[in-house]
Design a protein around this ligand. Structure first.
Ligand code: PHE
Length: 343
């Protein structure tokens, strides 16, 4: 063997042996990396031998070069084999589930408190036979004001600061225009609730928002009476706020109802003693309502002599903060998960 004459030949053989011995000791990814650095890296054993090859007499270079290439491809295939083995091992370990571990709880979302309130209100009224209707958020002056008996320049228009899009087009300030739209398309008897978003040009504070939700109710038939209105509202309030609440009706004013009322219940934070929630009055206002004004029936083409009806409306954000004792309306809009998770 000519190659044996040169020390490089025995170095190649020695490195081959070393690589084989060391490969048997590789048990982890770290070991494998050490193996690679020792033999295959740019400054590893094999590269070193290739450097030495440069100093070998030319007639020996082909033989020794061939040996070196053999060494390199052998060590590379050792490396590949170990790499493959380690990979499939770690996969196998992953596949075996540890049955003693506690299960992973999946985070489950909840409905937003505003949606929950709306759903609860709707459930109560649908159980009394009310259907649900919707209308547009961009309204015209006619449906938002005029048909609801707000004459042009009437001061009642100032009760609701309006976002105007143009002179006759606006963002609805209440859900009452949906009453008009329903009556324009249907003949009595009518029993609907109308939930939706409304807009008012008001400074945002703990007590008021410029965008919020209302739910409106409308009942129209022959011989609908004021006591039916009161009975309906009391049944709702007891179902929603609890059967032991105390309530009272106060006379009020809305252009589209006559007579009009507002309903209060005793403050359930202080039980009527007076606290910041009820502005120290002991009472919380929960809704506005009244008997539909004959002028409204005339606008939609009903015979105001033969039909009567009642309407009511409440703010859903307001209802939500009242029922949960939330001190600031804005908390409902911050989407703070820690807050929302409590409902
Ligand atoms: N639309 C009135 C408001 O926004 C509430 C209301 C509705 C009052 C229906 C009476 C009847 O203030």
């Amino acid at each position: 063997m000519t190659a044996l004459k040169y020390p490089l030949a025995s170095e190649i053989a020695a490195l081959m042996k070393a690589a084989e011995t060391r490969s048997a000791e590789v048990h982890s990814v770290d070991d494998l990396e050490k193996f690679r650095v020792e033999f295959l890296a740019r400054k590893g054993g094999i590269a070193e031998l290739f450097d030495k090859l440069k100093a070998v007499p030319n007639d020996q270079k082909p033989v020794l070069g061939k040996e070196l290439n053999k060494l390199r491809s052998h060590v590379e295939s050792l490396f590949e084999a170990m790499h493959h083995r380690l990979n499939s091992q770690s996969k196998k370990e992953e596949e075996i589930p540890d049955l003693t571990l506690p299960g992973r709880a999946l985070p489950v979302g909840t409905l937003h408190p505003i949606t929950q309130t709306l759903n609860d209100i709707a459930a109560i009224f649908t159980s009394m036979g009310f259907a649900v209707a919707n209308g547009p958020e961009i309204e015209d002056d006619y449906h938002n004001f005029e048909a609801l008996n707000f004459p042009p320049d009437h001061p009642a228009r100032d009760m609701q600061d309006t976002f105007f899009i143009s002179e006759k087009v606006l963002l609805r300030t209440h859900t009452s225009p949906v009453q008009i739209r329903v009556m324009e398309h249907q003949q009595p008897p009518i029993r609907v609730i109308m939930p939706g978003r409304v807009y008012r040009n008001e400074a945002i504070s703990a007590r008021s928002l410029s965008q919020f939700h209302q739910v409106e109710g409308l009942y129209v038939d022959r011989n609908v009476t004021f006591s039916e209105l009161k009975g309906t509202l009391v049944a709702f309030a007891k179902e929603f706020y609890g059967s032991n609440i105390k309530y009272k009706f106060r006379p009020s004013f809305f252009p589209f109802t006559e007579p009009s009322l507002e309903m209060d219940i005793t403050c359930f934070i202080c039980s009527g003693k007076g606290c910041p929630m009820c502005k120290r009055t002991g009472w919380l206002e929960i809704l506005g309502a009244g008997m539909v004004h004959p002028n409204v029936f005339r606008k939609v083409g009903y015979d105001s002599e033969s039909v009567t009806g009642f309407a009511f409306g409440m703010g859903i954000e307001r209802t939500t903060v009242l029922r949960h004792g939330i001190p600031d309306l804005r908390m409902l809009l911050e989407n703070d998960v820690k807050f929302l998770e409590q409902f």
